[in-house]
Write a protein that binds this ligand. Structure first.
Ligand SMILES: NC(=O)C1=CN([C@@H]2O[C@H](COP(=O)(O)OP(=O)(O)OC[C@H]3O[C@@H](n4cnc5c(N)ncnc54)[C@H](OP(=O)(O)O)[C@@H]3O)[C@@H](O)[C@H]2O)C=CC1
Ligand SMILES: [Fe+3]
Length: 522
């Protein structure tokens, strides 16, 4: 179909007033907008362009879209719509005041006038003002209303029905579509970017949903069908979420930090103060933090691999992979990436803090005092070979562990992960990740050296912190080693290829009773 004919069809559609024919015509628009979307650029380039990059005048016969409201969102929406080849008419309570803020090709007029001809009208107004639009009911009858609104967290809790459902209840003769609420005015104006392209859409009217989906496409975004208008509440909750996948991992990291910080505070600051009268509170900002961070990083890293070990143990015990894991284990498995990245973050901070340790004034005083002590006791050359080696190996293992962890972090970026095949990704995340855990364990062990066996290290009878951190990682490493044993390895491999310990073969008998034959493969 030539583009000219399509434009004509779309222009006709915009003049429709009643519901039934409107829906019929809308399919023309949907096809038309798709074609327009695909031919977006050539269409635009043939027309005069404003200084802000939007069209100074819409292409003749461009489908007409209405916007109610002249705020931030309405302005960005108008700019993007005009740039995508639509003709836009804005309905304002005070068009004189707002006209200058829109692209010059946009028609800014009174609300009654603006809603007269377009079949699709965006309601860029806050929920509390929906009722002020009720006077337009007659003109709006049979049209598609696009609800773009976002409730505040309080409003979301307060109202049982979504904003879109509320709008639909105020305008029963209209078809309400929920869309664009997840896109900020800024994104709309700047244009779609990689990470923020999806536009969830829902409506009770599939045809209307399809038309808006085509518009979303034409504007450079990706429509995501969320079903009926009953899903609007869920769609409206989306922008209210604050990094949902990170909540539990971040709380876990914070919890571990608080616990280890308190433990180190008791051992390194409180104990010398109470038992020896020494004021070591200066250690709180750097030293205690730097003793805490590696503990958190190390335990978090082991918690990335622990759920895999538990899942394997569960599969071995059940003798099948076809039974669901408990919910907590399922969630844990899904959050491994975030836990791993937080571990990397803490390890990096630990490295930076360690670099800063010699810069502290307290460290310089300690060095000078040690030198003076040496002079006074007439010692000229202090060199403990074992300590020197311990430190060299300890530092080297730490650097290697951090380097391996950074590889894991880099490959978890979507752009890098997408460039790896499944085997490469699994090698980096699983094998190299485990190597990082082993290197971190060796780093911790060389740090601890013989300290776990020295009585003076047990302050307030509390064991050194590193001994506590070793607990979970050692369990993970031992379990991983155990699964490498031939008997476990082969059985696990068989289970993961679909083998089951007890498989039930069921036969349907003519009288509908079921005969189950148990076959054991053990
Ligand atoms: N800003 C953003 O980034 C985003 C906004 N949204 C949603 O878009 C909608 C508009 O937001 P935004 O543009 O930021 O808000 P603004 O306050 O900037 O604009 C709201 C507009 O509503 C119009 N309006 C119509 N009737 C009334 C009334 N009775 N009282 C007051 N104003 C009225 C006004 O236009 P006039 O005076 O010309 O009639 C006003 O400009 C909201 O529902 C919001 O949740 C959604 C996603 C992102
Ligand atoms: Fe360290």
């Amino acid at each position: 179909m030539p583009v000219g004919d399509l434009r004509e069809a779309m222009a006709q559609f915009t003049l429709q007033g009643t519901r039934e024919p409107l829906i019929g015509q809308m399919s023309h628009l949907s096809v038309g907008t798709r074609v327009l979307g695909e031919m977006d650029k050539p269409l635009i380039s043939r027309h005069r362009v404003d200084s802000d990059g939007s069209l100074a005048e819409p292409p003749s016969g461009a489908p007409k879209v209405g916007i109610l409201g002249s705020g931030d969102f309405a302005r960005s929406l108008a700019t993007r719509l005009v740039g995508s080849g639509f003709s836009v008419v804005v309905g304002s309570r005070n068009p004189k005041r707002t006209a200058g803020l829109f692209p010059s090709s946009t028609q800014v007029t009174f609300q009654e006038e603006a809603v007269r001809s377009p079949g699709v009208i965006f309601v860029a107004v806050f929920r509390e003002h929906y009722s002020s639009l009720c006077g337009l009911s007659d003109q709006l009858a049979g049209k598609i209303l696009v609800d773009v609104s976002n409730p505040t967290e309080q409003e979301h809790l307060q109202h049982r029905e979504s904003n879109a459902e509320y709008l639909a209840s105020l305008f029963p003769t209209c078809t309400v579509v929920k869309a664009f609420n997840v896109i900020s005015a800024w994104t709309l104006q700047a244009g779609p970017r990689d990470g923020n392209r999806q536009v969830p859409i829902c409506s009770d009217q599939p045809e209307a949903k399809r038309i808006i989906s085509e518009m979303v496409h034409a504007m450079g975004f990706m429509p995501l069908d969320m079903g009926s208008l009953a899903s609007a509440r869920e769609v409206e909750a989306m922008p209210l979420c604050l990094l949902p996948a990170w909540k539990v991992p971040a709380l876990l990291a914070l919890g571990l930090f608080v616990c280890f910080f308190a433990y180190n505070f008791i051992r390194d600051v409180l104990q010398p103060y109470v038992q020896e009268g020494k004021n070591k509170f200066y250690k709180l900002p750097v030293s205690v933090v730097n003793t805490t961070l590696p503990c958190v990083a190390y335990v978090l890293l082991s918690l990335v691999y622990l759920p895999g070990v538990l899942a394997a143990a569960l599969q071995l015990q059940r003798g099948t992979k076809y039974r669901r894991f408990p919910d907590w284990l399922d969630h844990w498995l899904q959050h491994r990436k975030q836990i791993g990245l937080l571990s990397f973050f803490c390890a990096t901070l630990h490295a930076l803090y360690s670099f800063c340790l010699p810069l502290r004034r307290s460290h310089r005083y300690d060095l000078v005092n040690l030198a003076v002590k040496q002079v006074l006791t007439n010692k000229s050359h202090i060199w403990v070979e074992e300590e020197v080696w311990r430190m060299e190996i300890y530092l080297s293992l730490g650097v290697l562990a951090l380097g391996t962890l950074s590889l894991l972090a880099v490959t978890s970026l979507p752009s890098i992960a997408n460039s790896l095949n499944w085997r490469e990704f699994s090698f980096v995340q699983s094998t190299l990740g485990f190597v990082a855990l082993v290197l971190s364990t060796l780093h911790t062990l060389t740090y601890g050296w013989t300290r776990a066996f020295e009585e003076s290290r047990y302050k307030f009878y509390l064991p050194p912190t590193f001994t506590l951190t070793l607990l979970v990682p050692c369990v993970v490493i031992l379990a991983k080693g155990l699964f490498l044993l031939r008997c476990f390895r082969l059985r696990l491999a068989k289970i993961r290829r679909g083998w089951e310990k007890d498989s039930a073969v069921k036969f349907m008998l003519p009288n509908d009773s079921i005969l189950t034959e148990k076959t054991s493969h053990v």
